[in-house]
Design a binder for this molecule. Structure first.
Ligand SMILES: Nc1ncnc2c1ncn2[C@@H]1O[C@H](COP(=O)(O)OP(=O)(O)O)[C@@H](O)[C@H]1O
Ligand SMILES: [Mg+2]
Length: 418
């Protein structure tokens, strides 16, 4: 910081989520004061010393009521002279854009912000702008959904999902008409985010199923300029549910397919009015090498992907996000060409966790962690919430990172009873 100049201040919308701690650490490293907007009970329950020691102040609000939260946070930001607004969590990316716009701070287009969280609106924006994406129909009940899918020529298999959720919650690949009622029930079952009481649009989507490999594109935007940092290879379960089981940076892709994936991600980001901040764009590539955008999150990637990016390229995406939110231009030059991979431990079936052993050690291990202990109940790995832990490794190439990660995962024992 220049002597005599006050430290710049950012407001992080909910730092108790995947990317929150990385953003808080990046703020500390930048000499930026970090303030956090959260709920009083979430703060009391989930903010341990590792987070609170990085925080300069807290704004309590209720994200379940967007209009009231916007008023609260506008007043807080004005009083504290906040210089930038950052969304740590997908569910708050629209509030972040609206708040930044109200305050005249850098951010994404507030008029299209809702479409970054709501997949019904996102599908409309993609269709209107010619973004390559699966055809989508929507309805409030499974019978209407079936009728509309048929009328649109969307056959089986198709994907049923809720308009608003994340972490693969409520997403089902449905292979025949008989599967539709159960898939619709599952998609409609979470009406509010349990942690914050944020109401969710449970409108049902039926989407063309895209068979192929899955990737995500990690992006930083400065004043509407799109800078793609990496393409990430993604691994998911392959049955009716599609939980994410791992990620590797960089993805190994032929140059022309990589270029097509990046072009699709740019078109999606532009269509959604993304301007200043970050984006995480999920893309499936079909057997002919054509990209189909599954969704865009106007927020940092979760699942440790920012750490994979840092390991593989030396680029600090959290730092870059803070800088764009403050109206500055981050340096996005890669410092190295390496690779890193994360894999998630899951239970073989639902039950009680009895034993986890054999997590990897050594110089190639970036981190390991467990979310559950012996005695904890564990579920089938149908969505990302059922994970037991993770392991992350680094290597010289993506091929070596995938091999090391898969070997390490094979060597882990997860036992569940009964
Ligand atoms: N139209 C589709 N075709 C093929 N797979 C899909 C499709 N939509 C979703 N999936 C699979 O389901 C996963 C979760 O769906 P997604 O739309 O990304 O919801 P979420 O917001 O829960 O991540 C995706 O990562 C992908 O593997
Ligand atoms: Mg997704």
């Amino acid at each position: 910081m220049t002597p005599g100049r006050r430290a710049r201040r950012v407001l992080l919308l909910e730092a108790w989520v995947a990317a929150g701690e990385d953003l808080l650490r990046a703020a500390a490293a930048l000499g930026v004061e970090a303030y956090v907007a959260t709920h009083e009970d979430v703060h009391a329950t989930h903010y341990g010393p590792e987070l609170t020691e990085l925080i300069s102040g807290v704004a309590f609000t209720d994200f379940g009521d967007t209009a009231a939260a916007l008023d609260d946070l506008t007043a807080f930001c004005r009083a504290r002279r906040i210089d930038g607004v950052v969304a740590c969590w997908e569910f708050l990316s629209p509030v972040a854009a609206l708040l930044a716009a109200r305050l005249g701070l850098p951010g994404h287009d507030p008029d299209r912000a809702a479409a970054c969280r709501n997949k019904r609106l996102m599908a409309e924006v993609f269709a209107a702008h010619g973004v390559p994406a699966p055809r989508t129909v929507t309805a409030a009940d499974h019978r209407t959904l079936a009728r509309r899918a048929e009328a649109a020529g969307i056959g089986f298999p198709l994907v049923v999902k809720p308009a608003e959720n994340a972490a693969s919650i409520g997403v089902t690949v449905v292979t025949s008409a008989e599967g539709l009622p159960a898939a619709a029930r599952l998609a409609g079952s979470e009406t509010h985010k349990p942690s914050h009481g944020i109401p969710l649009d449970t409108t049902l989507l039926a989407q063309e199923y895209v068979e192929g490999d899955e990737f995500s594109v990690e992006t930083v935007l400065t004043r509407g300029e799109v800078h793609h940092l990496v393409v990430t290879e993604k691994f998911t379960t392959r049955d009716a549910s599609r939980a994410e089981t791992g990620h590797t940076v960089p993805a190994r892709l032929p140059a022309d397919v990589r270029a097509a994936v990046l072009t699709a991600a740019t078109r999606a980001a532009t269509a959604l009015g993304l301007r200043d901040g970050v984006a995480h764009t999920e893309v499936k590539v079909d057997g002919r090498g054509r990209p189909h955008v599954i969704e865009v999150g106007a927020r940092p990637p979760g699942d440790g992907i920012m750490r994979l990016v840092a390991e593989a390229t030396g680029i600090d995406q959290a730092r870059a996000y803070l800088m764009t939110a403050l109206g500055e231009r981050p340096d996005l030059t890669p410092r190295r060409e390496r690779a890193a991979a994360v894999r998630f431990l899951t239970a073989p079936h639902a039950g009680t966790l009895t034993r986890v052993e054999g997590l990897p050690r050594g110089d190639h291990v970036v981190s390991t962690g467990l979310l559950k202990r012996p005695g904890d109940p564990v579920g089938d790995p149908r969505d990302n919430l059922q994970r037991i832990g993770h392991l992350m490794v680094r290597a010289g190439t993506a091929r070596a990172a995938n091999r090391a990660a898969d070997e390490a995962l094979d060597a882990v024992t997860v036992e569940v009873s009964p």
